[in-house]
Design a protein around this ligand. Structure first.
Ligand SMILES: [Zn+2]
Length: 379
Protein backbone atom coordinates (compact mmCIF):
# COMPACT_ATOMS: atom_id res chain seq x y z
CA UNK A 1 0.00 0.00 0.00
CA UNK A 2 1.23 3.48 -0.86
CA UNK A 3 2.21 5.46 2.26
CA UNK A 4 -0.11 8.34 3.05
CA UNK A 5 -1.02 10.95 5.65
CA UNK A 6 -4.49 12.01 6.69
CA UNK A 7 -5.39 15.04 8.78
CA UNK A 8 -8.67 16.61 9.85
CA UNK A 9 -10.21 18.90 12.46
CA UNK A 10 -9.78 17.28 15.89
CA UNK A 11 -13.24 18.04 17.29
CA UNK A 12 -16.54 17.94 15.39
CA UNK A 13 -19.96 18.61 16.93
CA UNK A 14 -23.02 17.72 14.84
CA UNK A 15 -26.38 18.51 16.44
CA UNK A 16 -29.49 20.45 15.45
CA UNK A 17 -29.49 23.73 17.39
CA UNK A 18 -25.78 23.43 18.25
CA UNK A 19 -25.13 27.06 17.25
CA UNK A 20 -27.47 28.38 19.92
CA UNK A 21 -25.52 26.38 22.53
CA UNK A 22 -22.19 27.48 21.15
CA UNK A 23 -20.78 28.66 24.47
CA UNK A 24 -21.16 25.17 25.93
CA UNK A 25 -19.88 23.29 22.85
CA UNK A 26 -17.00 25.65 22.15
CA UNK A 27 -15.47 25.88 25.61
CA UNK A 28 -12.71 23.28 25.06
CA UNK A 29 -11.72 24.71 21.67
CA UNK A 30 -11.58 28.29 22.93
CA UNK A 31 -8.79 27.42 25.40
CA UNK A 32 -9.82 30.12 27.85
CA UNK A 33 -10.33 32.90 25.26
CA UNK A 34 -13.04 35.35 26.32
CA UNK A 35 -12.82 37.95 23.54
CA UNK A 36 -14.21 36.46 20.33
CA UNK A 37 -14.04 37.85 16.80
CA UNK A 38 -16.93 36.47 14.72
CA UNK A 39 -16.25 36.64 10.97
CA UNK A 40 -19.36 36.53 8.81
CA UNK A 41 -21.24 38.33 6.01
CA UNK A 42 -24.31 40.50 5.52
CA UNK A 43 -26.34 37.58 4.16
CA UNK A 44 -25.91 35.62 7.39
CA UNK A 45 -26.73 38.73 9.44
CA UNK A 46 -29.81 39.49 7.32
CA UNK A 47 -31.19 35.98 7.81
CA UNK A 48 -30.67 36.30 11.57
CA UNK A 49 -28.64 33.08 11.65
CA UNK A 50 -26.11 34.44 14.11
CA UNK A 51 -28.67 35.71 16.60
CA UNK A 52 -28.98 32.57 18.74
CA UNK A 53 -25.23 32.03 18.89
CA UNK A 54 -24.50 35.65 19.85
CA UNK A 55 -27.16 35.70 22.58
CA UNK A 56 -25.80 32.48 24.03
CA UNK A 57 -22.19 33.67 23.99
CA UNK A 58 -23.04 37.02 25.57
CA UNK A 59 -25.20 35.36 28.23
CA UNK A 60 -22.16 33.27 29.13
CA UNK A 61 -20.04 36.39 29.59
CA UNK A 62 -18.06 36.36 26.34
CA UNK A 63 -17.10 39.66 24.71
CA UNK A 64 -17.95 39.43 21.02
CA UNK A 65 -17.04 41.63 18.07
CA UNK A 66 -18.77 40.83 14.77
CA UNK A 67 -17.00 41.55 11.48
CA UNK A 68 -19.76 41.11 8.87
CA UNK A 69 -18.21 42.61 5.72
CA UNK A 70 -16.96 39.41 4.08
CA UNK A 71 -17.92 39.25 0.40
CA UNK A 72 -17.95 36.29 -1.99
CA UNK A 73 -14.47 35.53 -3.35
CA UNK A 74 -12.97 37.63 -0.54
CA UNK A 75 -10.16 39.97 -1.59
CA UNK A 76 -7.08 40.62 0.56
CA UNK A 77 -8.51 44.00 1.60
CA UNK A 78 -11.39 42.29 3.42
CA UNK A 79 -8.96 40.09 5.31
CA UNK A 80 -6.78 43.03 6.30
CA UNK A 81 -9.83 45.00 7.45
CA UNK A 82 -11.06 42.09 9.59
CA UNK A 83 -7.57 41.69 11.07
CA UNK A 84 -7.42 45.42 11.91
CA UNK A 85 -10.81 45.25 13.66
CA UNK A 86 -9.80 42.07 15.48
CA UNK A 87 -6.54 43.62 16.65
CA UNK A 88 -8.27 46.77 17.88
CA UNK A 89 -10.84 44.66 19.73
CA UNK A 90 -8.13 42.49 21.29
CA UNK A 91 -9.55 39.26 19.85
CA UNK A 92 -8.36 36.08 21.58
CA UNK A 93 -10.19 33.61 19.31
CA UNK A 94 -11.90 33.64 15.90
CA UNK A 95 -15.22 32.11 14.89
CA UNK A 96 -15.95 31.75 11.17
CA UNK A 97 -19.71 31.67 10.64
CA UNK A 98 -21.25 31.35 7.17
CA UNK A 99 -20.47 29.82 3.77
CA UNK A 100 -17.02 29.20 2.36
CA UNK A 101 -16.01 32.85 2.08
CA UNK A 102 -16.55 33.79 5.77
CA UNK A 103 -14.93 30.54 6.92
CA UNK A 104 -11.92 30.93 4.61
CA UNK A 105 -11.56 34.55 5.74
CA UNK A 106 -11.74 33.51 9.39
CA UNK A 107 -8.95 30.96 8.93
CA UNK A 108 -6.56 33.52 7.49
CA UNK A 109 -7.60 36.18 10.01
CA UNK A 110 -6.86 33.77 12.89
CA UNK A 111 -3.39 33.21 11.42
CA UNK A 112 -2.64 36.88 10.90
CA UNK A 113 -3.81 37.74 14.42
CA UNK A 114 -1.72 34.96 15.89
CA UNK A 115 1.59 35.43 14.11
CA UNK A 116 3.77 38.01 12.37
CA UNK A 117 3.92 36.24 9.01
CA UNK A 118 2.71 38.53 6.21
CA UNK A 119 -0.21 37.32 4.07
CA UNK A 120 1.87 37.56 0.90
CA UNK A 121 4.20 34.84 2.29
CA UNK A 122 1.37 32.37 2.92
CA UNK A 123 0.17 31.51 -0.59
CA UNK A 124 0.84 28.00 -1.90
CA UNK A 125 1.31 24.68 -0.16
CA UNK A 126 2.63 24.49 3.41
CA UNK A 127 4.05 28.00 3.52
CA UNK A 128 2.16 28.97 6.67
CA UNK A 129 4.21 28.95 9.84
CA UNK A 130 1.56 29.67 12.49
CA UNK A 131 0.73 29.91 15.33
CA UNK A 132 -2.82 31.18 15.10
CA UNK A 133 -5.62 32.14 17.48
CA UNK A 134 -8.11 29.41 18.51
CA UNK A 135 -10.48 28.91 15.56
CA UNK A 136 -14.03 27.52 15.38
CA UNK A 137 -15.83 27.09 12.06
CA UNK A 138 -19.59 26.93 11.65
CA UNK A 139 -21.03 26.39 8.14
CA UNK A 140 -24.40 27.82 7.11
CA UNK A 141 -24.35 26.21 3.65
CA UNK A 142 -23.85 22.54 2.81
CA UNK A 143 -21.19 22.61 0.14
CA UNK A 144 -17.73 24.01 0.63
CA UNK A 145 -16.70 21.73 3.48
CA UNK A 146 -14.44 24.61 4.45
CA UNK A 147 -15.12 23.85 8.13
CA UNK A 148 -12.85 20.80 7.81
CA UNK A 149 -10.38 21.83 5.11
CA UNK A 150 -6.91 23.31 5.46
CA UNK A 151 -7.42 25.59 2.48
CA UNK A 152 -8.44 29.23 2.10
CA UNK A 153 -9.06 30.76 -1.32
CA UNK A 154 -8.42 34.48 -1.66
CA UNK A 155 -8.92 36.84 -4.59
CA UNK A 156 -5.64 38.62 -5.23
CA UNK A 157 -5.23 41.62 -7.49
CA UNK A 158 -8.24 42.29 -9.69
CA UNK A 159 -9.48 38.85 -10.64
CA UNK A 160 -7.05 36.08 -9.80
CA UNK A 161 -7.80 33.53 -7.08
CA UNK A 162 -4.99 32.04 -5.02
CA UNK A 163 -5.04 29.34 -2.40
CA UNK A 164 -3.35 28.97 0.94
CA UNK A 165 -3.10 25.31 1.91
CA UNK A 166 -1.43 24.32 5.18
CA UNK A 167 -2.21 22.30 8.30
CA UNK A 168 -2.53 25.37 10.62
CA UNK A 169 -5.69 26.27 8.65
CA UNK A 170 -7.52 23.34 10.22
CA UNK A 171 -9.77 24.82 12.89
CA UNK A 172 -9.85 23.59 16.48
CA UNK A 173 -13.52 22.70 16.09
CA UNK A 174 -16.24 22.42 13.46
CA UNK A 175 -19.87 22.81 14.54
CA UNK A 176 -22.54 21.33 12.23
CA UNK A 177 -26.01 22.69 12.93
CA UNK A 178 -28.33 21.77 10.06
CA UNK A 179 -30.97 24.19 11.37
CA UNK A 180 -28.74 27.02 10.09
CA UNK A 181 -29.25 25.74 6.52
CA UNK A 182 -33.08 25.51 6.65
CA UNK A 183 -33.60 28.91 5.04
CA UNK A 184 -31.14 28.47 2.16
CA UNK A 185 -32.78 29.31 -1.18
CA UNK A 186 -33.21 26.41 -3.60
CA UNK A 187 -30.69 27.65 -6.16
CA UNK A 188 -27.91 28.03 -3.56
CA UNK A 189 -28.82 24.69 -1.98
CA UNK A 190 -28.58 23.03 -5.38
CA UNK A 191 -25.34 24.63 -6.53
CA UNK A 192 -23.50 24.17 -3.24
CA UNK A 193 -24.76 20.58 -3.03
CA UNK A 194 -23.37 19.78 -6.48
CA UNK A 195 -20.09 21.46 -5.47
CA UNK A 196 -19.88 19.07 -2.52
CA UNK A 197 -20.37 16.13 -4.90
CA UNK A 198 -17.57 17.56 -7.06
CA UNK A 199 -15.29 17.67 -4.00
CA UNK A 200 -15.89 13.98 -3.40
CA UNK A 201 -15.50 13.04 -7.09
CA UNK A 202 -12.23 14.98 -7.42
CA UNK A 203 -10.86 13.61 -4.11
CA UNK A 204 -11.64 10.06 -5.21
CA UNK A 205 -9.86 10.57 -8.53
CA UNK A 206 -6.98 12.71 -7.21
CA UNK A 207 -3.73 11.90 -8.95
CA UNK A 208 -1.30 12.65 -6.15
CA UNK A 209 -2.81 12.25 -2.68
CA UNK A 210 -5.75 9.86 -3.05
CA UNK A 211 -5.64 7.44 -0.10
CA UNK A 212 -7.83 4.79 1.58
CA UNK A 213 -9.26 7.20 4.17
CA UNK A 214 -10.13 9.95 1.69
CA UNK A 215 -11.61 7.27 -0.63
CA UNK A 216 -13.91 5.95 2.10
CA UNK A 217 -15.02 9.46 3.02
CA UNK A 218 -15.58 10.47 -0.61
CA UNK A 219 -17.79 7.44 -1.34
CA UNK A 220 -19.77 7.93 1.88
CA UNK A 221 -20.19 11.61 1.02
CA UNK A 222 -21.38 10.88 -2.50
CA UNK A 223 -24.02 8.43 -1.32
CA UNK A 224 -25.32 10.87 1.29
CA UNK A 225 -25.32 13.87 -1.07
CA UNK A 226 -26.85 11.94 -3.96
CA UNK A 227 -29.72 10.62 -1.81
CA UNK A 228 -30.52 14.01 -0.27
CA UNK A 229 -29.81 16.66 -2.92
CA UNK A 230 -33.02 16.49 -4.94
CA UNK A 231 -35.02 15.81 -1.78
CA UNK A 232 -33.76 19.00 -0.12
CA UNK A 233 -34.31 21.00 -3.31
CA UNK A 234 -37.94 19.85 -3.39
CA UNK A 235 -38.54 20.65 0.29
CA UNK A 236 -36.06 23.00 1.93
CA UNK A 237 -37.66 22.45 5.34
CA UNK A 238 -36.82 18.71 5.32
CA UNK A 239 -34.55 18.70 8.37
CA UNK A 240 -33.33 15.16 7.89
CA UNK A 241 -32.30 15.86 4.30
CA UNK A 242 -30.67 19.15 5.37
CA UNK A 243 -28.65 17.26 8.01
CA UNK A 244 -27.67 14.67 5.39
CA UNK A 245 -26.44 17.38 3.03
CA UNK A 246 -24.42 19.12 5.76
CA UNK A 247 -22.83 15.86 6.86
CA UNK A 248 -22.17 14.79 3.26
CA UNK A 249 -20.53 18.13 2.49
CA UNK A 250 -18.31 17.76 5.56
CA UNK A 251 -17.27 14.20 4.67
CA UNK A 252 -16.40 15.42 1.17
CA UNK A 253 -14.45 18.28 2.76
CA UNK A 254 -12.42 15.86 4.88
CA UNK A 255 -11.69 13.83 1.74
CA UNK A 256 -10.59 16.68 -0.53
CA UNK A 257 -8.62 18.43 2.17
CA UNK A 258 -6.31 15.39 2.04
CA UNK A 259 -6.70 14.45 -1.63
CA UNK A 260 -7.15 17.90 -3.20
CA UNK A 261 -9.48 18.84 -6.02
CA UNK A 262 -8.24 19.09 -9.61
CA UNK A 263 -9.37 20.09 -13.07
CA UNK A 264 -13.01 20.88 -12.31
CA UNK A 265 -12.08 23.42 -9.66
CA UNK A 266 -9.25 24.81 -11.77
CA UNK A 267 -11.77 25.39 -14.59
CA UNK A 268 -14.30 26.89 -12.15
CA UNK A 269 -11.95 29.46 -10.57
CA UNK A 270 -11.90 31.99 -13.45
CA UNK A 271 -15.72 32.03 -13.50
CA UNK A 272 -15.65 33.26 -9.92
CA UNK A 273 -12.58 35.45 -10.16
CA UNK A 274 -13.50 37.16 -13.44
CA UNK A 275 -17.31 37.01 -13.52
CA UNK A 276 -18.29 36.59 -9.86
CA UNK A 277 -20.21 33.42 -10.61
CA UNK A 278 -20.77 31.69 -7.22
CA UNK A 279 -18.32 28.89 -6.50
CA UNK A 280 -20.84 26.03 -6.45
CA UNK A 281 -22.50 27.13 -9.67
CA UNK A 282 -19.10 27.51 -11.41
CA UNK A 283 -18.17 23.96 -10.52
CA UNK A 284 -21.51 22.55 -11.53
CA UNK A 285 -21.31 24.16 -14.98
CA UNK A 286 -17.79 22.97 -15.83
CA UNK A 287 -18.18 19.48 -14.35
CA UNK A 288 -19.56 17.53 -17.36
CA UNK A 289 -16.86 18.50 -19.92
CA UNK A 290 -14.07 17.80 -17.41
CA UNK A 291 -15.55 14.40 -16.56
CA UNK A 292 -15.77 13.59 -20.29
CA UNK A 293 -12.16 14.75 -20.80
CA UNK A 294 -10.88 12.75 -17.82
CA UNK A 295 -12.83 9.58 -18.61
CA UNK A 296 -10.02 7.99 -20.63
CA UNK A 297 -7.72 8.24 -17.59
CA UNK A 298 -10.25 7.68 -14.81
CA UNK A 299 -12.86 5.34 -16.29
CA UNK A 300 -12.52 2.71 -13.53
CA UNK A 301 -12.78 5.26 -10.74
CA UNK A 302 -15.79 7.03 -12.28
CA UNK A 303 -17.40 3.63 -12.80
CA UNK A 304 -16.76 2.75 -9.15
CA UNK A 305 -18.44 5.98 -8.01
CA UNK A 306 -21.39 5.42 -10.34
CA UNK A 307 -21.88 1.85 -9.12
CA UNK A 308 -21.57 2.97 -5.48
CA UNK A 309 -24.46 5.42 -5.81
CA UNK A 310 -26.65 2.94 -7.65
CA UNK A 311 -26.06 3.95 -11.26
CA UNK A 312 -24.86 2.04 -14.28
CA UNK A 313 -21.16 1.52 -13.40
CA UNK A 314 -19.44 3.63 -16.06
CA UNK A 315 -18.21 7.17 -16.57
CA UNK A 316 -21.11 7.66 -18.99
CA UNK A 317 -23.52 6.69 -16.20
CA UNK A 318 -21.97 9.20 -13.80
CA UNK A 319 -21.88 12.03 -16.35
CA UNK A 320 -25.49 11.48 -17.42
CA UNK A 321 -26.61 11.48 -13.79
CA UNK A 322 -24.75 14.71 -12.93
CA UNK A 323 -26.30 16.42 -15.97
CA UNK A 324 -29.73 15.07 -15.05
CA UNK A 325 -29.38 16.36 -11.47
CA UNK A 326 -28.34 19.84 -12.67
CA UNK A 327 -31.46 20.00 -14.85
CA UNK A 328 -33.71 18.57 -12.13
CA UNK A 329 -32.63 21.16 -9.56
CA UNK A 330 -32.62 24.05 -12.05
CA UNK A 331 -28.89 24.76 -12.36
CA UNK A 332 -27.50 26.49 -15.46
CA UNK A 333 -25.51 24.29 -17.82
CA UNK A 334 -23.99 26.90 -20.21
CA UNK A 335 -21.39 29.68 -19.84
CA UNK A 336 -23.52 31.97 -22.02
CA UNK A 337 -26.27 31.76 -19.36
CA UNK A 338 -23.74 33.29 -16.94
CA UNK A 339 -22.82 36.21 -19.19
CA UNK A 340 -19.60 34.64 -20.49
CA UNK A 341 -18.85 34.82 -24.22
CA UNK A 342 -16.50 33.19 -26.72
CA UNK A 343 -14.10 36.16 -26.43
CA UNK A 344 -13.63 35.57 -22.70
CA UNK A 345 -12.37 32.01 -23.10
CA UNK A 346 -8.66 32.66 -23.89
CA UNK A 347 -8.09 34.68 -20.72
CA UNK A 348 -10.01 32.13 -18.65
CA UNK A 349 -8.02 29.26 -20.16
CA UNK A 350 -4.72 31.03 -19.47
CA UNK A 351 -5.72 31.37 -15.82
CA UNK A 352 -6.52 27.63 -15.65
CA UNK A 353 -3.34 26.55 -17.45
CA UNK A 354 -1.28 28.52 -14.91
CA UNK A 355 -2.91 26.76 -11.94
CA UNK A 356 0.00 24.64 -10.78
CA UNK A 357 -1.65 23.99 -7.41
CA UNK A 358 -4.68 22.09 -8.76
CA UNK A 359 -3.88 20.78 -12.24
CA UNK A 360 -1.30 18.24 -11.00
CA UNK A 361 -4.12 16.56 -9.04
CA UNK A 362 -6.22 15.98 -12.15
CA UNK A 363 -6.25 12.38 -13.37
CA UNK A 364 -5.38 13.51 -16.92
CA UNK A 365 -2.94 16.32 -17.84
CA UNK A 366 -4.80 19.39 -19.12
CA UNK A 367 -3.08 21.65 -21.67
CA UNK A 368 -4.23 25.11 -22.77
CA UNK A 369 -5.89 23.74 -25.93
CA UNK A 370 -7.81 21.10 -23.94
CA UNK A 371 -9.06 23.78 -21.58
CA UNK A 372 -10.25 26.02 -24.43
CA UNK A 373 -12.05 23.06 -26.01
CA UNK A 374 -13.81 22.20 -22.75
CA UNK A 375 -15.02 25.80 -22.28
CA UNK A 376 -16.19 25.88 -25.93
CA UNK A 377 -18.14 22.66 -25.32
CA UNK A 378 -20.34 24.36 -22.72
CA UNK A 379 -20.50 27.84 -24.27
ZN1 LIG B 1 -15.66 23.54 -4.40
Amino acid sequence: MTPFQFRTVPHIVSAPGAATQLARHAAPALKGARRLLVVTDKGVMGLGLLKGALEGLKADGFQVHVYDKVVADPPESVIQEAVAEGREFGAEAVIGFGGGSPMDTAKVVALLLGSDQPLSDMYGMDRVKGPRLPLILIPTTAGTGSEVTSVAVITTGATSKRGIAAAPLYGDMAVLDADLTLGLPKHITAATGIDAMVHAIEAFTGKRFKNPVSDALALAALKMLHVNLERVCKDGSDREARAGMLLGAMLAGQAFSNSPVGGVHAMAYPLGGMFHVPHGLSNSVVLPPVLRFNASAAENLYAEIAGHIGLQASSAGLIAEMERIADAVGIERRLSQLGISHNDIPAMAEDVAANDRLLPNNPRPMAYGDIVAMYEEIL
